[in-house]
Unconditional design. Sequence first.
Length: 149
Amino acid sequence: MRAVVQRVSRASVVVESKSCGTIEKGLLVYLGVDRDDSEADVKYLADKVRFLRIFTDESGRLNLDVAQASGRILVVSAFTVQADARRGRRPSFENAATGDRALIFYGLFCDALQALGVTVERGSFGDHMKVQSENDGPICVLVESRRVF
């Protein structure tokens, strides 16, 4: 399981002119589910994202997590986060989970974040989404449950 985590001032998802997820200050998480992911991957990644200290404290240091900063999380399913572009010009998505499996793990991830005490908004799984965000920093962090990077 892999995520691109962005600290944002605001973010929203629109599908066919209809809003389906909006946050102000918080984290925009693009989540990619691997075909071999397990519930252990969900638990690890949810814990890592929830407690990632990328918000500034009163001293200006990156020392606060999303809840300490009174933020929320918007999770967008994005199989392209699993892309492998090491060979050729067209990325390979062979490691991405199938749609049905990805939907289950996407739900488990969002539920795990909520269980850790943070408000979670969701994109619209499997739909073509328009994601709008205002990156704050900019701060973007890659997180992978297998700790490859």
